[in-house]
Design a protein. Structure first.
Length: 402
C-alpha cells in the first residue's frame, strides 16, 4: 500500500528523538504522501526548520502569531486539511497540555482545533513514562480517541535504560499505513461479534411476539468490520436480507438463543449489539395452536422479561469485550433516553436512532444516528445510507483500537 493522495500533518516536539522525524518524513514522501510539518520551539533546538523543509518540500510552521503563515495557511485550516495528524516525538509536556486542552502554541492549538484522527508517538525518560501523571494523561487521551505508538525499551540519551525510546520511524510509518488500510488489515487479528435483526418469541407453533427490524443495519456493520480485516461473526435473528459471504453466520430465533450464541463466541475484541431484541417473552409456550372462540374474550398472555444481552455482556468481567457497542432504538427524546441506557447497560458506546412512525428506520435503507460514548463524547450524524453509517462506525472503531 502507498500513501498516494494522503495528507499528513507531522508535529515535531522537543527531544533528542526529534532526529528520527526526518527519516519518517522521508518514508512518507517516498510512499507518495504529502507531509506538512509543525516544529515546536523546543523541537527546533534539535532539528532545524531548513532540514525539515528540505525533506518535506513544504513550508515549516512554528509560530501561532505569524502574519505570513496565518495569511497563507491559517492554523485552523492547517488543522483541518490533513487526513491524519502525527506527533513524533510526543513529549510528556506536549501530551499533558493536550490532555488539559491548552492552546498556548501552534502545536497545541492545532490539536485542540483539529477534527482529524491523531497518532501520538511518545518519547521521554523511562521514569517520566511510568509516572502516574503521565500515565493518567495518556489514558485520558486514549479515552478521547487519540491513537498511540508506545515507546520501546532501550538505552536513553541520558544514559538510563528502560521503556521510553521513540519507536523507530519504520514502525511509526507502518502504523500510518495500517490506519489508511481500513479496507485490509486495520482490524486484522481482531475478532468482532455483531447481533442483528429481531427476535421472535413464540406464543404457539404459528404465532410469536416480534418487531419490524429488518437487520439491515447490523448486517451492514458486520460486512464493514469484515472488510476492515476483522474475523466477524454475525448472530442474527430471523431476517430476509442477503448476508455477506466473508463472515460467519449464526442464526437464532429467540432472545435466550441469541444470548447463548453470543457467549459461545467469546472472547472477542469488539461486540456491536445492533439487534432489536424483544424485551418480553411469553411465560408459557402453548404446544397446540391457540384457537379463537366465538363470543369469548381472547386469552390473556402472561409475559416475562427477556435476558438483557448488552448488560449481560458488559458484566462478564474478564470475558467482557474490550469495546462494547449497543444500539438504542427510541421514540421521543432519543438522546436523553440513550444517555440513560448507556449508563444503565455499562457499555462503551451507544448508537441511538429514532424509530418513530414516519422515520422509516425499521426496514428502510437510511438511518440518522447519534453516537454517545461513556467518556461523555457525543456526535449526531446526518441521515445517510445504512452502509455509510456502518462504514463511519467502523472508522470510529479503527481509530479507537489502533
Amino acid at each position: 500500500m502507498s500513501l498516494q493522495g494522503k495528507d499528513i500533518l507531522l508535529i515535531i516536539s522537543g527531544g533528542i528523538a526529534a532526529y528520527k522525524s526526518l527519516e519518517l518524513i522521508r518514508l512518507i514522501k517516498k510512499s507518495g504522501g504529502r507531509v506538512r510539518c509543525v516544529l515546536t520551539k523546543s523541537g527546533a533546538e534539535f532539528v532545524t526548520p531548513l532540514a525539515v523543509a528540505a525533506l518535506s518540500g513544504e513550508p515549516v510552521y512554528s509560530d501561532l502569531f505569524s502574519l505570513k503563515d496565518e495569511t497563507e495557511m491559517g492554523h485552523i485550516r492547517l488543522s483541518r486539511v490533513a487526513d491524519l495528524v502525527v506527533i513524533a516525538p510526543a513529549t510528556a509536556h506536549l501530551l499533558a497540555r493536550a490532555a488539559y486542552g491548552l492552546a498556548d502554541d501552534l502545536a497545541t492549538t492545532i490539536l485542540l482545533a483539529s477534527d482529524k484522527p491523531v497518532l501520538a508517538c511518545p518519547a521521554m525518560n523511562p521514569m517520566m513514562w511510568k509516572h502516574p501523571a503521565a500515565r493518567d494523561n495518556v489514558a485520558l487521551l486514549k479515552k478521547r480517541g487519540m491513537m498511540f505508538v508506545d515507546p520501546v525499551p532501550g538505552e536513553m540519551a541520558c544514559g538510563e535504560h528502560g521503556e521510553g525510546r521513540l519507536a523507530e520511524p519504520e514502525e511509526i510509518f507502518d502504523r500510518i499505513l495500517a490506519f489508511f488500510d481500513a479496507g485490509g488489515r486495520a482490524l486484522a487479528g481482531k475478532k468482532a461479534l455483531v447481533t442483528a435483526g429481531p427476535t421472535y418469541e413464540p406464543l404457539d407453533p404459528v404465532r410469536f411476539i416480534g418487531n419490524r427490524s429488518s437487520g439491515k443495519q447490523g448486517i451492514a456493520i458486520a460486512a464493514a468490520l469484515a472488510d476492515a480485516g476483522a474475523e466477524t461473526v454475525l448472530v442474527t435473528g430471523p431476517v430476509h436480507e442477503p448476508l455477506p459471504e466473508n463472515i460467519r453466520i449464526v442464526r437464532v430465533t429467540t432472545a435466550a438463543e441469541m444470548l447463548a450464541a453470543c457467549k459461545e463466541e467469546l472472547p472477542c475484541d469488539i461486540a456491536v449489539c445492533a439487534a432489536a431484541v424483544a424485551d418480553w417473552t411469553p411465560e408459557n409456550f402453548t404446544a397446540e395452536k391457540i384457537k379463537k372462540s366465538d363470543g369469548k374474550k381472547p386469552p390473556a398472555i402472561a409475559l416475562k422479561e427477556n435476558p438483557d444481552i448488552l448488560k449481560t455482556l458488559a458484566g462478564l468481567g474478564n470475558q467482557r469485550p474490550p469495546l462494547l457497542v449497543g444500539f438504542a432504538a427510541e421514540t421521543g427524546e432519543v438522546v436523553k433516553r440513550a444517555k440513560a441506557k448507556l449508563a444503565k447497560k455499562g457499555c462503551d458506546w451507544i448508537v441511538a436512532n429514532d424509530v418513530s412512525e414516519g422515520m422509516d428506520t425499521f426496514g428502510g435503507d437510511e438511518n440518522a444516528v447519534h453516537l454517545l460514548k461513556s467518556d461523555g463524547a457525543a456526535e449526531s450524524w446526518p441521515r445517510m445510507h445504512k452502509n455509510e453509517v456502518a462504514e463511519k462506525l467502523v472508522g470510529e472503531i479503527i481509530v479507537t483500537l489502533m
